[in-house]
Write a protein of this length. Structure first.
Length: 469
């Protein structure tokens, strides 16, 4: 055993061997750390060696060669470069896939981020007067123009928007919410919890399935600070149900001099009903009298993660001055992305093409079939042990939006000889660009609605690779 320890190559020799050009990006420190880590690992193995096991002894002796150890150190170095946050291909058909990062930015939004990220900017500077400006000004002008609201502020996400609105408008007082709208969005975002954190007191009214305008009226007292309506974005209560509409609530709010707050969740800007998506529209919410409307930047709007708050100037000014505004503010990259996302909405004719989320949601069914055909052709032209089929599927909007909406779609079914759907699914995830597929009725499906044209070749090649291995 002592002999083995003595045969371990010296660390300097390993570092020297790591000095080839392809490893120039790594510092001397990183190389020496990698070398020492590998040597520690091998010493550990020697220590735990069973001297009666001849196979293990032969195995370790092989590992003591300089070449082997350098190889291990190289692997360690390149592994350390591998990014944890990386591109995946979404073949699930779920457009706003929460685990896969929700909305993809549009080209123009990406370009805007790129232009601003590495430069000084007018983030809080008004170049026309040479003085300090407001970071809210950049988004506010566009957002008010497009939504018709008086004022706007953008914060970190919609959860943050809810938090700051409740804290600024209702701390120490009561906020009335229907029992049918006490939403959990996922993880720890629950309306009652957010309410508690904000310092406002939740006043629950009505029942799970029915809340009438009169229930709101009955609950109002001298401690009431606001009425909150929450869009039940990720579930639907069906059957014997009733909820108070915004116009009904507006009447009550005006009569009692209370602000009406509406947490919309998704923030659909343009009517998508003709594409089968019946989510409420931001503009309607403002027109119907909500004083503050809150929605996400990266759900149906199709932009960056953000919480967009629009409404009465008086209230938005209060939010801008609140200490949480600083804690929840967005950076220049988000502002750039949100501005360009909204700007795309100025052109009704091109917006559905420019915003990837809208493009995917409004895809023509014939185009989806064509994409499935193209993918299938590329796959079967490459191998005989792969068997494919095209089937009709139902696609989801995702991201906790439009839970009862199912869009017609197409998927390519992949069968590979001697592989189960689970085997294929796992192999697809293990490639350089992970492909996230889904298994339905024990079939592996590549749903094409969320697959981008530029990724089709990669997917076809990857499937061929998997079949051949
Ligand atoms: C999604 C959602 C939120 C949370 O928005 P994030 O941007 O994910 O923080 C809050 N309220 C409703 C109704 C939602 O649908």
């Amino acid at each position: 055993m002592n002999n083995m320890y003595r045969n371990i190559p010296k660390v300097d020799l390993i570092i020297e061997a790591l000095c080839d050009e392809s490893l120039d990006v790594f510092s001397h420190r990183e190389k020496s750390d990698a070398a020492r880590d590998v040597l520690d690992e091998i010493r550990g193995e020697i220590k735990n060696l069973d001297l009666n096991n001849q196979d293990d002894i032969v195995d370790i002796e092989k590992k003591l060669s300089l070449e082997f150890i350098v190889g291990m150190a190289k692997n360690r170095l390149t592994k350390s470069m591998e990014k944890s946050l990386k591109k995946v291909i979404n073949a699930t058909g779920v457009v706003l896939h929460t685990n896969l990062g929700r909305a993809n930015l549009s080209k123009r939004a990406i370009e805007a981020v790129e232009k601003i990220a590495g430069e000084y900017s007018t983030l809080e500077y008004d170049e026309s007067i040479g003085e300090r400006g407001s970071r809210h000004a950049h988004t506010e002008e566009l957002i008010t123009k497009i939504t018709g609201a008086e004022a706007s502020i953008v914060v970190n996400n919609n959860a943050a928007a809810t938090m700051i609105v409740l804290a600024a408008m209702a701390r120490g007082g009561e906020v009335i919410v229907s029992r049918g709208e006490l939403v959990e969005i996922g993880g720890s975002f629950r309306i009652p919890d957010i309410m508690k954190e904000s310092g406002a007191v939740l006043k629950e009214i009505g029942t799970t399935n029915k809340t009438k305008p009169g229930d709101y009226e009955d609950a109002i007292n001298e401690n009431t600070k606001a009425i909150l309506k929450v869009h039940t974005s990720n579930y639907k209560v069906v059957g014997f149900t009733q909820e108070a509409s915004l116009p009904e609530l507006k009447e009550i709010a005006v009569e009692n001099d209370l602000p009406l707050i509406y947490d919309m969740g998704s923030g659909l800007l343009r009517d998508l009903r003709k594409y089968g998506i019946g989510e409420p529209c931001v503009e309607d919410a403002i027109n119907e009298g909500a004083d503050l409307v809150l929605f996400s930047g990266d759900k149906l709007l199709g932009g960056a993660q953000a919480g967009i708050i629009i409404g009465k100037k008086e209230y938005v000014d209060r939010l801008k001055k609140h200490p949480l505004a600083r804690a929840l503010r967005v950076d220049k990259m988000t502002i750039a992305a949100i501005c360009e996302t909204f700007r795309a909405y100025l052109n009704e004719d091109t917006v559905n093409d420019e915003i990837p989320v809208l493009k995917m949601l409004t895809s023509d069914i014939d185009d989806l079939f064509e994409r499935a055909r193209k993918l299938e052709d590329l796959i079967i032209s490459k191998s005989q042990i792969i068997n494919t089929d095209i089937i009709k599927t139902k696609n989801k909007v995702g991201g906790g939006s439009a839970p009862d909406t199912e869009l017609d779609g197409y998927a390519v079914v992949i069968n590979i000889e001697d592989m189960t759907p689970d085997d294929i699914e796992m192999a697809l995830r293990a490639g350089e660009i992970p492909i996230v597929a889904r298994i339905t009725n024990n079939q592996l499906l590549l749903d094409v609605r969320t697959i981008r044209d530029e990724d089709i070749d990669y997917i076809a090649n990857r499937i061929k690779e998997i079949a051949m291995s």
